[in-house]
Structure formats: structure tokens, C-alpha cells
Design a binder for this molecule. Structure first.
Ligand SMILES: NC(=O)NCCC(=O)O
Length: 394
């Protein structure tokens, strides 16, 4: 749906329209405690200006402790538009994206970023709306030694940075099956491992189940030099138990590389990853693609409306949320951007001690209830007015 106003970001609107006296309170209520701006190096700001991307930095400190030193990590998240038209040759499209990301990772490195994550399926247009297999499946590549992984390994070594690279994976060793995968590359340049999308959308133009299957890899957490990290890919953010399992496996930062459009999910965007940070006492990094992508052939959305050639607007708005509920402002809804956030991982345990969510989680209660819910003879536990308790499906 076309927008009436071309809003660049909610924060910009608030700053413009809320009077100074009330703005601080409004921001506190909407965003939690006020975050410090990070002083980013001038050379990084210049790189961003020269190459037309937004760059922002914030600090999320923890309370100093007597027994533990701070565990400071700088995370970077990148949102970007595709570079070439979707009709350009596959290799040219992919190479152009590699070059674009290299510029932005270069800026991230100047800002001292330790762990960086790109958007979902970052090497390609989000072509799953088309339902066409060709040429889009040709973007798929090996997670272990495909051109994108090799490219990221070089960057990781050069910049001493952990890189999370979400790609369309072709598992060449297992029947050429496709997956929606995030490859985790250590700062040594080694592939630390991979994780795959657990929940696949069947909503709107997100026809992804036509292309790949649900992950069978569970909820791996990767132990890096800068903390335990996990990746909950896009639509998985609608499933609280998906977030929860990464927490149970010990994640301290969970990245959520996404590709989603305004008409469908923008009202949910600011809530889900932030709520996950609160509920699981870890940091979350929500990353969304940006821009409008046009495809060569028309497709319909199965809603009786005319055929069209674009997916709608990917609204960017990437942000980071902390376990104490505070969050950064979002990046632009319209522009490429790099968000740099300095976290102190000590905050995870501090919030667990304060709120006790892990202590009060009652996993055994839910394990038992869920075990019942998956039985074939399960009946929902409903109490009716005319009986003490009846198990009924109505
Ligand atoms: N890429 C993807 O899973 N998008 C689904 C739509 C959404 O979750 O907002």
C-alpha cells in the first residue's frame, strides 16, 4: 500500500513534533532508559557520507560489578537495498552486493565492531514472492565453501570480526536441498557453524515454503570470543518458544536477520525482538532489509487484487534491544544503514537477578503441558459454565 507520508523514522517524527519538555518523558516511556550516543570515528562518518549510508552508534552499559569486569562487545547490524536490478546477471547482482557490504563492514571495523550481522538472504533480491524457481534458485550456494562464505571469511580475518552471513543455502552434499541459513564465521576466518530458519512464513507474498524446508538443526548457540550468540531468522521472531530455546541454550545476543514489508508487519516490528530481549534476559538485534524490489514478471498475491511486479516496501528500521527493555532508535525506513552498539554482556545476569524470569520460568510445567498438547487425543483444558471441567473441542 502506498504511504501517505514518507516517514524516514518514527524517532525523527517525535523529535520534530513533540515539544522539548515532554520529549524526554515520551522517549523514556517508549524506548526505556536514555542511551548514550557512541562517539564514532570521523573517518567512519566520512565513509558513510561518501557512500550514502546512515551510520549510528549507541552504548548500552551495565552496572559496574565488584567481582566481574565488564564484558564489552561492539555489535554491528547492516540493512541495505539491493544494488542492481533483479534482471541483471546473477553473479553481477551478487558481486555488487558483496562490494556494497564491504564498504559498510569497512566502516564497522573503523568503529571497532566485534560481531556483525547482515540481513536475511543478503546476497539476493527477496524473490520468493514470485513463486518462480528460475533464476532465483541460482543464488543458492554452499554454506561451507560458497563464494559468499569465502568472501566473508576474508573479511572476518582482515577485520578480526565475527560475521553472521544469512544466505540461501544449497546443501550440495545432501541432494542439493535449499535452506534459509545463517553462516557464522569466527574472527579467525573459520566457519564456526550454521543455523537455519526454524519457522517458514506462509503469509502474504512470503511464499518461502515453495523454496526450502524448516530447519532440522535445532537452536544452536555459537561460543565466540565476544560472547554466546544465536540467530533467529526473520519469521521465527513471531514464535516466542523459538526465542526461548536460544536463551535456554545460553545465548547472550540473538540476531534476527529479516526481510519484511510495511503493510504486513511494521506494527509488530518494534515489539517482537524487544519483547524477546526482555523475556529471555539477552540482547536482540532486529535487522530488516530496506527498499522496494521490482521483478521482471508479474505475480499475484492470491487476494483477487491485480498482478504486480514488486513486493512492497521493506521498511528497514533495524534496532537493538537490551534485557532491561531499553532499545536503540531504529535506522531509517528508507536508506541503507549501519548501526553500531556497544553492549556490556554483564547486563544479562544483572537483569536475571533483578527480574528472576529464568527463576520463575516454570519450564517443567510447560514441558508437561506441551507434551500433552502434542498427543493425538489432546483436548484443550476448558472450563464450561455447566460443568466442573469438561474437555471439549468446542
Ligand atoms: N522473510 C520472512 O520470513 N518474512 C515473513 C514476514 C514477517 O515475518 O514479517
Amino acid at each position: 500500500m502506498a504511504e501517505k507520508a514518507h516517514i524516514n523514522s518514527i524517532e525523527e517524527c517525535l523529535e520534530k513534533h513533540i515539544p522539548g519538555g515532554e520529549l524526554a518523558d515520551i522517549k523514556r516511556i517508549l524506548y526505556g532508559k536514555e542511551l548514550q550516543n557512541l562517539d564514532l570515528p570521523k573517518s567512519a562518518l566520512k565513509l558513510a557520507l561518501d557512500n550514502d549510508f546512515e551510520i549510528r552508534g549507541y552504548g548500552m552499559p551495565a552496572t559496574p560489578e565488584e567481582m566481574r569486569p565488564p564484558r564489552i562487545v561492539r555489535v554491528g547490524v547492516i540493512q541495505n537495498q539491493i544494488v542492481l536490478p533483479t534482471s541483471a546477471p546473477i553473479v553481477s547482482q551478487r558481486n555488487a552486493l558483496h562490494c556494497r557490504i564491504e564498504q559498510m563492514v569497512d566502516a564497522a571495523s573503523i568503529c571497532g565492531v566485534n560481531v556483525i550481522c547482515f540481513q536475511e538472504a543478503w546476497t539476493m533480491p527477496f524473490a520468493f514472492c514470485t513463486r518462480e524457481k528460475m533464476p532465483w534458485c541460482e543464488f543458492a550456494e554452499s554454506a561451507e565453501n560458497g563464494p559468499t562464505t569465502c568472501f566473508c571469511q576474508e573479511l572476518a580475518k582482515k577485520y578480526n570480526m565475527v560475521i553472521i552471513s544469512p544466505i540461501l543455502e544449497r546443501d550440495e552434499m545432501k541432494g542439493d536441498v535449499l535452506w534459509n541459513t545463517a553462516v557464522v564465521i569466527s574472527n579467525t576466518g573459520q566457519v564456526l557453524g550454521k543455523t537455519r530458519k526454524n519457522h517458514i512464513p506462509r503469509v502474504g507474498d512470503f511464499n518461502e515454503s515453495t523454496y526450502y524446508m524448516e530447519s532440522t538443526l535445532g537452536h544452536p548457540v555459537f561460543n565466540t570470543q565476544w560472547g554466546k550468540i544465536a540467530v533467529n531468522i526473520c519469521y521465527g521472531r513471531h514464535h516466542p518458544q523459538n526465542w526461548m530455546m536460544y536463551g535456554i541454550n545460553g545465548a547472550e545476543i540473538v540476531f534476527n536477520p529479516s526481510a519484511t514489508v510495511g503493510a504486513l508487519s511494521e506494527p509488530l516490528w518494534g515489539i517482537e525482538a524487544r519483547n524477546a530481549a526482555i523475556a529471555n534476559s539477552y540482547f536482540t538485534c532486529a535487522i530488516n532489509r530496506v527498499g522496494t524490489e521490482h521483478f521482471p514478471n508479474e505475480f499475484t498475491s492470491g487476494d483477487g487484487k491485480p498482478a504486480h511486479k514488486d513486493f512492497g516496501h521493506f521498511f528497514g528500521s533495524s534496532y537493538v534491544a537490551a534485557p532491561d527493555g531499553s532499545r536503540t532508535p531504529g535506522l531509517s525506513r528508507n536508506r541503507d544503514g549501519l548501526l553500531v552498539v556497544e553492549l556490556d554482556l554483564n547486563m544479562c545476569r544483572q537483569v536475571r537477578d533483578k527480574w528472576g524470569f529464568r527463576m520463575t520460568q516454570r519450564l517443567e510445567l510447560y514441558a508437561e503441558s506441551l507434551n500433552q498438547a502434542v498427543q493425538l487425543d489432546f483436548r484443550p483444558q476448558v472450563v464450561n459454565e455447566n460443568g466442573p471441567k469438561q474437555n471439549t473441542t468446542k
